[in-house]
Design a binder for this molecule. Structure first.
Ligand SMILES: [Zn+2]
Length: 238
């Protein structure tokens, strides 16, 4: 195993511990994956393990065309989905899908994610929607999902949950954190008594956000989270 694979395994195991820590694991039904750099393989969890048991060494390796390396069980709903996204988006190196209560509540809202918080303004222009047709196990539905994701990083799966993609495990995770928190804010609000942020301000804020982030290390929040995993769940590296 090369250093890049070992590094990816550790980062992904840490991200699984964070899904567990924040209660976004849906027991065993959320799923996350990461591509091993410069290869045609990605890593994901062994289906049936609590996310608190996931370590660098018990992650499963899968060819992006769907061939599992070794004898292992993975979530059938995640199996085709992750490979399909990696094959269609060369810029994507990590994918997360969750079923949190707040995410599902917002996914079922006719208006989707409301422009009511600073956090939501950073998401809305980079967000797609995918209509519900049942559990995602049909290949043709994955093609539709890819079409709805387009070149975006955020996807709300109607009546189902949330999905984010990123160019690294840290980026995909931080995008999921953004979307999850925006949904948590929304479910605390009454639409009839909520101030909506205008499209003009959303555009302005995207510009300001770019200026703000040039002077800030985008990796910083991910490094903070990794330190937290190191402190709370040190055996994730095994
Ligand atoms: Zn799902």
């Amino acid at each position: 195993m090369n250093n890049e694979e070992q590094h990816t395994r550790r980062q992904l195991a840490a991200a699984y511990r964070l899904l567990y820590h924040f209660g976004w694991d849906d027991l065993i039904y959320s799923h996350m994956s990461a591509k091993i750099p410069n290869t045609e393989y990605y890593l994901t969890n062994r289906f049936g393990l609590s996310f608190n048991e996931i370590t660098a060494s018990n992650l499963i390796k899968i060819n992006i065309n769907g061939e599992i390396i070794g004898e292992d069980t993975i979530n059938p709903a995640s199996f085709i989905l992750h490979g399909s996204i990696y094959r269609s988006r060369s810029d994507v190196d990590s994918i997360i899908h969750t079923h949190t209560k707040e995410g599902i509540a917002v996914s079922a809202d006719k208006d989707g994610l409301w422009p009511i918080s600073q956090r939501a303004t950073g998401i809305i222009k980079n967000l797609g929607y995918h209509e519900y047709r049942g559990i995602e196990i049909k290949e043709n539905e994955h093609q539709l999902l890819i079409k709805n994701l387009e070149q975006k990083n955020y996807l709300i799966l109607r009546n189902h949950g949330l999905l984010t993609v990123g160019n690294s495990i840290g980026q995909a995770f931080l995008y999921m954190r953004n979307l999850q928190l925006a949904c948590e804010i929304q479910v605390l609000c009454d639409r009839n008594r909520t101030i909506l942020i205008t499209d003009e301000i959303i555009e302005e804020n995207l510009q300001r956000s770019k200026e703000f982030h040039t002077s800030l290390n985008l990796q910083t929040p991910w490094l903070v989270l990794l330190k937290m995993v190191e402190r709370l769940y040190p055996n994730y590296k095994k």
